[in-house]
Design a protein around this ligand. Structure first.
Ligand code: SF4
Ligand code: SF4
Length: 404
C-alpha cells in the first residue's frame, strides 16, 4: 500500500501565486481532452490541479506538466465550470519557479506587489547611482557616447552581471532537476513498472521499482533540449498557430538584442554612424522592431482582455513585456538622438536604457517570468528522458518475464 501524505496547507500556499480554484472542478476531463499538448505520459491540466487539491506536495514538485503547457487558453474556454485551468497552470508555474529558486527572491516577487515594485525601483536607482558616480566626461559640442560611457567598461559590467545571473539560473535549474528527476519518494513518477495503477484519487499513479535513468540518455536527449529551446515548436500544436510564430519571433528578437548588447557590445556601441546596409545597423533594427511590435501587441492584448490568455494579469505578466518594450524603445531613442547629433538627449536616453536593462537582467531574468524559457525547455527535455527511460525499462522487464 502506498504511503501518501497529504499537506492541507498546499492549496492555500499555491493560491498566493495567482488564480487557482480547483474546488469548482467536477472532473469532467474536458480540459485534458481539448489540450493538444497533453499525452499519455504527461497528462494535464486536470491531474496536477488534483495533486494540489489533495495536498500532494512532493508529487506536485516532481511534476513537469505545468511547464509543458504553453497557455493557449483552450482548456479554460472549454471548462463548463469556469475553473480557469489554463490560468491554474500559469499559477503553478509561478509556484514552481519560487520552489526552484534557492534565494527566495522569486517567492517574494510573486507573492507581493510591494516587493516587485521595490525591486524595480531599487535596481533602477542602483544603476542610476552607478552612472552618476562613474560616467565619463560629458562632451556637448558633438555626440561622444563612448566618452560618456566607454563601451569596454559597460561591456565588462554587463558580463559580470550576466555571469552572476547565470550562476543563479544554473543553480536553480539544478534544483529543478533534483525535484523532478532525482528526488525519491513513495509517489515519485519515476517509479513505474509492471503496469500503471488507478488509485483512489482517480488519477493514474505509478508504482514499482524506481526507474534507473542511464547518464547516456541525458546526453543523447540533449538534442531535444537544444531543438525545443531554439524553436519552441510544441507551441505549434495549439490551434492558434500565429501565437507560436509571434512567440518565436519575440524570442529571436530578444536573443539577437542580447547578443548585440551583452556579447558584441564593443562592436555594436560605436560613435561612428555606419551606412544603412552595415549589419550593425540592420541587425539592431530587426531585433528592436521584433521586440517593439510583439511586446506592444502583448500589452494591448492584456489591456483589452479579449482573449482568454489575457483575462488574468499578474503584475509580473505586465512587467515582462513593459520592460522589454522600454529597453527596445530607449535603445532606438539613443540611436535616433545620436544620429541627429543631440549629445545630452543621447546620454540621458542611454542612462535610462542602462537602468531598464539592468533591472531586466537582475530581476526579471533570474527571478521573474523570463525563467519560463529555461524551465520549459528543461521540462520538455526531462520529459523526453523520462519517457525513454521508462520505455527502456519496460522493454527489459518484459524480456525478463518472457524468459522466465
Ligand atoms: S474542464 Fe473544468 S470542470 Fe472539467 S475537469 Fe477540467 S477544470 Fe474540471
Ligand atoms: S492552456 Fe492550452 S496548453 Fe495549457 S493546459 Fe490548457 S489547453 Fe493545454
Amino acid at each position: 500500500m502506498m504511503n501518501i501524505k497529504s499537506d492541507p496547507t498546499l492549496l492555500s500556499e499555491v493560491k498566493k501565486f495567482g488564480n487557482f480554484d480547483p474546488n469548482a472542478c467536477y472532473q469532467c476531463g474536458s480540459c485534458t481532452v481539448i489540450c493538444n499538448l497533453t499525452n499519455g505520459s504527461a497528462s494535464f491540466p486536470r491531474k496536477v490541479m488534483r495533486y494540489i487539491l489533495f495536498g500532494l506536495r512532493k508529487l506536485s514538485l516532481t511534476s513537469l506538466e505545468p511547464w509543458l503547457c504553453y497557455y493557449c487558453g483552450e482548456c479554460s474556454t472549454t471548462c463548463p465550470r469556469e475553473t480557469e485551468p489554463g490560468e491554474a497552470m500559469m499559477t503553478l508555474r509561478r509556484f514552481l519557479t519560487a520552489k526552484y529558486d534557492w534565494t527566495g527572491i522569486s517567492k517574494k516577487l510573486y507573492q507581493s506587489k510591494v516587493w516587485q515594485i521595490a525591486a524595480l525601483i531599487g535596481s533602477s536607482a542602483f544603476m542610476a547611482l552607478l552612472i552618476l558616480l562613474f560616467h565619463g566626461p560629458i562632451v556637448t559640442d558633438q555626440v561622444e557616447l563612448n566618452t560618456f560611457a566607454p563601451a569596454h567598461t559597460v561591456h565588462l559590467f554587463d558580463l559580470t552581471v550576466a555571469l552572476l545571473v547565470m550562476f543563479i539560473l544554473f543553480t536553480n535549474a539544478f534544483r529543478m532537476y533534483w525535484f523532478t528527476m532525482h528526488q525519491t519518494d513513495s509517489v515519485n513518477p519515476l517509479k513505474v513498472i509492471r503496469g500503471l495503477k488507478q488509485n483512489g484519487f482517480g488519477f493514474t499513479m505509478h508504482e514499482g521499482k524506481k526507474i534507473k535513468i542511464p547518464l547516456r540518455l541525458f546526453l543523447t536527449e540533449a538534442r531535444t533540449l537544444i531543438f525545443h529551446a531554439a524553436t519552441q515548436i510544441k507551441f505549434r500544436s495549439c490551434d492558434n498557430k500565429s501565437r507560436w510564430i509571434k512567440h518565436f519571433l519575440i524570442v529571436i528578437g530578444y536573443i539577437l538584442m542580447f547578443a548585440l548588447v551583452v556579447i558584441f557590445l564593443e562592436w555594436f556601441q560605436t560613435d561612428n554612424i555606419y551606412p544603412i546596409h552595415h549589419p550593425q545597423r540592420w541587425l539592431g533594427y530587426l531585433g528592436a522592431a521584433a521586440l517593439i511590435y510583439f511586446t506592444a501587441e502583448i500589452i494591448i492584448g492584456r489591456i483589452r482582455k479579449r482573449e482568454e490568455i489575457h483575462k488574468f494579469s499578474d503584475l509580473s505578466d505586465w512587467m515582462f513585456p513593459i520592460l522589454l518594450l522600454f529597453m527596445a524603445v530607449t535603445g532606438i531613442a539613443v540611436h535616433i538622438f545620436r544620429y541627429m547629433g543631440f549629445p545630452l538627449a543621447t546620454y540621458y536616453s542611454y542612462a535610462i536604457h542602462l537602468m531598464v536593462a539592468f533591472t531586466w537582467l537582475v530581476v526579471i531574468v533570474p527571478f521573474g517570468k523570463w525563467t519560463h524559457l529555461l524551465y520549459r525547455s528543461l521540462a520538455i527535455y526531462y520529459q523526453s528522458v523520462r519517457d525513454k527511460a521508462i520505455q527502456k525499462q519496460l522493454t527489459k522487464e518484459e524480456a525478463l518475464d518472457n524468459a522466465a
